[in-house]
Design a protein around this ligand. Structure first.
Ligand code: FAD
Length: 320
């Protein structure tokens, strides 16, 4: 079933990552149960650089597929893959019943030298989008449908589509060569067949809303989902800035630093993210995608505070 962002209400979705241990898996299954109870449009599962978490990503995606009613969305990267390797990986995911993907270039593994040597045959996310589309097309059986009113006539039935999301960078990719290259990259990914974009985290609604406006002017027509990460401690803020190259959000940084307790810092992060959710939704965002950090409490508190979930005890809702 394709991802549908058009139904009533503000669509929400979440990102989780495959844990390293069995205990981590058990805890994450519980988190997924809580996340599924609020009817997200999808739950996405990250994919480690160089395929280091590939097997565990698929295991988690299959868990979401079998144990919840929520659509799992698989991140895949270009890193280190030959065409043949990437093709069989995509087939493995499709065979397992996964039909939604986030096609990514991927980052160089830590410690690798500059340049594109870490990539394999695929050099950009746009090429991966095309490959996913081709593998799906080659795999879908040829079927014919009768033409109504014309006895004996048939036409080729439409093949089932896969959803292919891609990344977008409201404040630019840290290694982008010039300011326009991120919109150019998004246009290329759309031309290759992407059906949805999900953004890197950002700290001000204007960053996202301005980016969407520029993208639309340049011809991007696919929905652009804002990616929002609740920042619940100064340590998390430092780590996130290191990983994404985003500019320090001064007000949030100060508010977190002056809070003496972990609980107080969490409240600051929840309030900030909830305001961001409200502002992007008021500005026309087609939904919100929350980076859950494998825990449900914080992201569900953000959505409740933003007015997107009612404060009824969440697990009293049916999961299936
Ligand atoms: P592309 O679309 O191919 O490139 C986009 C733009 O990035 C280009 O225009 C260019 O400006 C710039 N760029 C990227 N790399 C370079 C480079 N080496 N030199 C010069 N310019 C460059 N990574 C993972 O490994 N696993 C994940 O699960 C994962 N999930 C993500 C989810 C989201 C929502 C986002 C936003 C990112 C995620 N990433 C993940 C990180 C992503 O792989 C990196 O940001 C990567 O560098 C760019 O990927 P892309 O698909 O946007 O690349």
């Amino acid at each position: 079933m394709p991802i549908d962002l058009s139904t009533p209400g503000v669509p929400v979705s979440f990102e989780v990552y495959p844990p390293r241990s069995d205990a981590g898996f058990a805890a994450l299954h519980e988190t997924i149960r809580h996340l599924a109870a609020v009817d997200p449009r999808f739950i996405s599962v990250t994919y480690g650089a160089g395929g280091s978490t590939g097997g565990r990503s698929l295991e988690l995606l299959i868990h979401i597929l079998r144990e919840t009613h929520v659509q799992p969305l698989a991140h895949l990267t270009c890193v280190g893959n030959s065409y043949a390797g990437a093709t069989s990986l995509i087939r493995e995911f499709l065979d397992a019943g996964i039909t939604s993907f986030l096609a990514l270039r991927g980052d160089p593994p830590a410690g690798s030298s500059e340049g594109d040597a870490f990539l394999g045959d695929l050099e950009s996310a746009a090429q991966l989008v095309q490959l996913i589309d081709c593998v799906q097309a080659a795999r879908a059986p040829y079927t014919e449908a009768p033409v109504p009113g014309v006895p004996g006539a048939v036409r080729v039935a439409e093949r089932p589509q896969v959803d292919i999301a891609v990344a977008a960078f409201p404040n630019g990719h840290p290694r982008a060569r010039h300011a326009a290259s991120d919109i150019d990259a998004l246009l290329a990914k759309q031309a290759a067949g992407a059906t949805l974009a999900i953004t890197q985290l950002f700290f001000h609604a204007a960053d996202y809303l301005g980016f969407v406006q520029r993208a639309r002017r340049a011809g991007v027509t696919i929905p652009i989902l804002p990616g929002i990460m609740p920042i619940t401690s100064p340590a998390r803020l430092r780590r996130v800035l290191e990983l994404t190259g985003e500019q320090l959000p001064a007000e949030l940084a100060v508010a977190l630093e002056v809070e003496p307790t972990a609980e107080g810092q969490r409240a600051v992060g929840v309030a900030h993210a909830a305001q961001l959710v409200r502002d992007v939704v008021d500005g026309g965002a087609p939904g919100v995608h929350l980076y859950a950090f494998n825990s449900h409490d914080t992201v569900l508190d953000v959505l409740t505070r933003a007015g997107l979930l009612d404060p009824v005890p969440r697990m009293s809702r049916p999961v299936h």
